[in-house]
Design a protein around this ligand. Structure first.
Ligand SMILES: [Zn+2]
Length: 373
């Protein structure tokens, strides 16, 4: 982790000047948290943009230079390519407001602690703070007994059902996000809604007229638009946006659409960010984690796949945006971060200790909170 030395010095001085005041310092906290996941988005595209070997393998019918995605996203350096693909994320969000871990070329590792390397175990690890390899071994629509960080925060913050909200592309999230039925807002996959809000009504109706190639995953458009409508109508303090097209297009071998989904996400992220910045409940009062359930294969032969036998699928990435955290850009040379640390980190942003509920969960990511000490 590269911490600017001036900040360390400042913190040391601030600490020393506070030494005569009560020693139990109040850690800086936020009022709202937002979790965003992009199913199966590889570290390769996030940190290096378009992967020419993968594009070549997926389009061997034409010279690769003639393809639209090459013309749109190719550049000669990884930094230029990723910025071409995700201009808001790299040019603004990570430059001015947040930081990202997981670029292994910089000695930054974020990894699964589950050994399965597919979706349900990954999302469960994110939300429950630990892997359950002995129990969760499939993507079946099943509910398990482990309480999630969403359950925990709803209880701790005593929130109404609208103020903890999940909007997800994949239907299985209806079972993943809680060990209880219907204690907070969940809309996942092709699911109608009895919400009286007219925008939410219209969107949930229209999704059935615009089907994807996949039975259990709707277009990210609906998931994002529903989340934005709910955000404006109900001002949730805990929001989880789970997008899915990055995984499904990759399984289908459509590298062009996989890149397009990442680029579209970048637009969505900008719209969300600008909305948050314009709202007094959220501006400077919101912590955000953006991450992924699993990685995928490293090569042109296996980039479409993931699972316990796929080398590379154990590596993920994680981005953090919070007014309480001064880190910017890419992390380097630090202790590996586990996927099992997301739940406790989200809770810690709000000032809660998730391990009072789940003592065996991974700890909060300490580096994010170093300024507190
Ligand atoms: Zn998948």
């Amino acid at each position: 982790m590269n911490l600017p030395s001036s900040r360390l010095t400042w913190n040391l001085l601030a600490y020393l000047s506070l030494a005569t005041t009560p020693l139990i310092a109040q850690p800086p906290t936020v009022d709202n948290v937002i979790l965003i996941t992009l199913d199966g988005a590889r570290t390769q595209e996030i940190f290096s943009g378009l992967d020419i070997d993968v594009l070549q393998s997926s389009r061997n019918d034409v010279p690769v230079e003639t393809t639209a995605v090459y013309q749109q996203y190719w550049a000669s350096t990884p930094e230029a390519r990723r910025r071409q693909l995700m201009p808001f994320f790299w040019g603004t969000l990570m430059a001015d407001y947040g930081s990202i871990a997981g670029n292994r070329t910089r000695g930054s590792v974020v990894e699964l602690t589950n050994t399965q390397r597919f979706s349900y175990p990954g999302y469960s690890e994110i939300l429950t703070g630990e892997s359950h390899d002995d129990v969760i071994t499939s993507n079946e629509n099943r509910r398990y007994s482990f309480p999630t960080v969403l359950d925990f925060l709803r209880t701790e913050l005593r929130l109404d059902r609208e103020r903890v909200a999940v909007f997800a592309a994949w239907e299985t999230f209806r079972w993943i996000v809680s060990n209880k039925v219907d204690t907070f807002t969940v809309n996942a996959g092709y699911q109608s809604s009895d919400d009286p809000n007219p925008t939410i009504r219209t969107l949930t109706n229209q999704q059935f007229e615009t089907l994807t190639p996949w039975d259990s995953v709707r277009h990210d458009f609906y998931t994002f638009r529903l989340a934005m409508a709910h955000l404006a109508a109900y001002k949730p303090r805990v929001l989880y946006l789970a997008l899915g097209e990055t995984d499904d297009w990759a399984h289908d071998g459509r590298y062009d659409r996989t890149l397009q989904a990442l680029n579209q996400f970048d637009d969505y992220l900008q719209e969300l960010w600008e909305w948050l910045e314009a709202d007094s409940q959220y501006r400077n009062r919101t912590g955000i984690i953006i991450t992924v359930d699993h990685g995928r294969g490293n090569t042109a032969a296996d980039w479409t796949d993931h699972g316990n036998a796929t080398e590379g699928a154990q590596y993920i990435w994680m981005a953090f945006v919070s007014p309480t955290v001064s880190l910017r850009g890419e992390w380097s040379d630090h202790e590996p971060i586990g996927q099992n640390q997301v739940a406790a980190t989200l809770a810690h942003f709000l000032g809660f200790d998730f391990r009072t509920q789940t003592p065996t969960a991974g700890p909060p990511i300490e580096t994010l909170f170093i300024q507190e000490h």
